[in-house]
Structures are given as structure tokens and as C-alpha cells.
Ligand binder design. Structure first.
Ligand code: ADP
Ligand code: X2W
Length: 297
């Protein structure tokens, strides 16, 4: 049972959120829901409720999800060895089959079901639907430390977004403004080939195409940590390359920071990297003055 002081606290919290609700009304917020942030069933339902609340408050949330750990589990079961380079999974044909199966299948549908269970109306898509996310083979190079010669790293079917066609999202929202799109980051090539696109990168490309006011990357750390493991609250987009070059950000944090900076440079209001395991992290970030995580602007 809630006491009167609990009720007063709730009422005050709602009242204090008013300027933020007014600021974001009608704005598109792209939320990247990472595989590590998915946690247990109650956390997933709590995330879904927060998304439904955003919609009820007049924001336009678009969810792009990951599922790296879940892909890893199935690959392990199938005895397929998987390797990462700079936070990207080297993807051969057999791995691509598993990636698409896991992302477009159980993960996408479990998020759609959770949002709908929370009273929303989610619809699941992948990059192939309506050519939402066109991709091309990603290219990466490394420099040999001895000879300084650049070498091409072959990542297989890892894709980079080449074009985003938001018409399918517009058509859905025109048909029913209550819909909440949930996008699996599987891109489609001009030749019809499918590509494994890092979910952060996919979310950044969508945020830029949708001219989102916020790109929120939900992960399993408090934000970007410095070398002393202290949270960095704000990073100018221009300093992101430096943090990657000096080794502060490694592995999965590299595509996050690159995406955050690129999306800001392409007109997204700001990008935030925050801890999706913290209950209501999304609401705290958007509707309180205690923004959580690291802001890239
Ligand atoms: N400077 C850093 N600050 C915080 N996390 C970092 C940093 N550098 C690397 N990481 C790693 O990046 C991880 C987040 O990326 P990733 O595992 O791909 O998450 P997700 O599945 O949410 O996309 C963290 O758990 C952490 O291990
Ligand atoms: C190219 C690449 O690395 N793709 C990722 C796609 C899923 C993803 O990004 O999931 P998280 O956000 O949960 O890490 C992968 O295969 O794991």
C-alpha cells in the first residue's frame, strides 16, 4: 500500500518532469537496447513499460536492439567459433545464419511481446523490411607495428550502413501513430545479401536518418569510463577519436563512441551511453536533471 508521503513524492516527481516532457513531446528518440542490458525477465518488462510510457507522453521511441551475448550462446552450442575485431564479430556464412536467426527471431519478438504486454503496440522489423537498412561490406585496416604497412582486415559479412530508407517507418506510423518500431540490425546489400551490422552502428544510422533528438545507447556499464575507471560525464564529439586512439575505449565501446560522434555530426541532438541494467535508466535520462551515463554532444 502506498502511503501519503509516497503519493506526494510521486506527484512531485511527475510535476518536476513537466519541462522535460514538454521539451521532448513529438520528438523522435532512438533507443539502442543492448544484449547485455536485456538482463532478466523483470528488467525486460521494466524497459518495455518505460518505452510505453515515452509513447504515452507524446515522444516517438524507435527501438534498435542488439543480442550479441545471445548470438554467442547459440554459436557456442553449435560449436561455431566466433572472434571479435575492434568490437565487431567476424561473420562467415554459418555465423550470419545464426545472427539473423537470433536477432530477427527470438530477440526481436521477445521485445515486441514485452512492449505489447506493457500496453504498447510494437511492430518488429529488420533492415530488409522496406529496405530500411541498406548495408555494404565493412572495411577495416590495421597497421603492422613493425613494417607500418596497412593491411585489410576481412570481417566477412559484417556490414556498414550505406543508406537508410525511413519510408517504411513513416508508412507504419501514418497508418497507426500508436505503433512502436522495434528494429533488428540485419542489413541488406544492393545485391540482396544480408549483413551483420553492429547494433550501435545501426541505431546511429537510423537516428541520423530520423533526425532524432536523442540517441540512447543502453549497455552494461555506467557509461564511458576513463583509465582510472571513473565515469566521464560528457565528451565532445570531436574528442571521441582520441579516446579510442589512446586505448581508453576498447572492444564494444569503440562502435558505441564512433556511432555517438557520427550521429551527433549528422544532426542528432545528442547521444547518451548509459547503464541499461539500472531500473528506469531511460526515464532518469530523459525526464530528470540527473542525466545518467555519458553524454556525447
Ligand atoms: N572506456 C570504457 N568504458 C566503459 N566500458 C568500456 C570501455 N572500454 C571498453 N568497454 C567495454 O565495453 C562494453 C560495452 O560494450 P558491449 O559489450 O558491446 O555492450 P552491448 O552488448 O551493450 O552493446 C563494456 O561492458 C566494457 O567491457
Ligand atoms: C558486427 C557485429 O558485431 N554485430 C553484432 C550484432 C548484435 C549486437 O550488436 O549486439 P549487442 O549490441 O548486444 O552487442 C554481433 O554479431 O554480435
Amino acid at each position: 500500500m502506498t502511503t501519503q508521503s509516497d503519493a506526494q513524492f510521486t506527484a512531485r516527481t511527475l510535476s518536476e518532469a513537466l519541462p522535460y516532457i514538454q521539451r521532448y513531446a513529438g520528438q523522435t528518440i532512438v533507443v539502442k537496447y543492448g544484449g547485455h542490458a536485456m538482463g532478466d525477465a523483470s528488467l525486460a518488462l521494466s524497459f518495455a513499460r518505460d518505452v510505453v510510457l515515452l509513447k504515452a507522453l507524446g515522444l516517438n521511441p524507435v527501438i534498435v536492439h542488439g543480442g550479441g551475448p545471445q548470438i554467442g550462446k547459440l554459436l557456442d552450442k553449435l560449436g561455431i567459433v566466433s572472434e571479435f575485431k575492434d568490437g565487431l564479430r567476424v561473420t562467415d556464412e554459418a555465423t550470419m545464419e545464426v545472427v539473423e536467426m537470433v536477432l530477427s527471431g527470438p530477440i526481436n519478438k521477445s521485445i515486441v511481446r514485452a512492449i505489447n504486454q506493457a500496453g504498447g503496440k510494437a511492430v518488429g522489423l529488420s533492415g530488409a523490411d522496406g529496405n530500411l537498412l541498406r548495408a555494404e561490406k565493412a572495411t577495416r585496416t590495421t597497421r603492422d607495428p613493425d613494417s607500418h604497412i596497412e593491411q585489410i582486415v576481412d570481417l566477412g559479412f559484417v556490414g556498414e550502413p550505406s543508406e537508410v530508407d525511413i519510408s517504411v517507418l513513416n508508412a507504419l506510423l501514418q497508418a497507426d501513430a500508436a505503433l512502436i518500431p522495434v528494429v533488428a540490425p540485419v542489413g541488406v546489400g544492393a545485391d540482396g545479401a544480408r549483413y551483420n551490422v553492429n547494433a550501435d552502428t545501426a541505431a546511429g544510422a537510423l537516428a541520423a536518418a530520423l533526425k532524432a533528438s536523442r540517441l540512447i545507447l543502453m549497455t552494461d556499464v555506467a557509461g564511458v569510463l576513463d583509465k582510472q575507471k571513473q565515469l566521464i560525464r560528457e565528451i565532445p564529439a570531436s574528442q571521441v577519436e582520441l579516446l579510442i586512439k589512446d586505448g581508453t575505449a576498447v572492444g564494444g565501446m569503440i562502435p558505441k563512441l564512433e556511432t555517438a560522434a557520427q550521429s551527433v555530426n549528422h544532426g542528432v541532438g545528442a547521444a547518451v551511453i548509459l547503464d541499461g541494467r539500472a531500473p528506469h535508466a531511460l526515464l532518469m535520462e530523459l525526464f530528470t536533471e540527473h542525466g545518467a551515463g555519458t553524454l556525447v554532444s
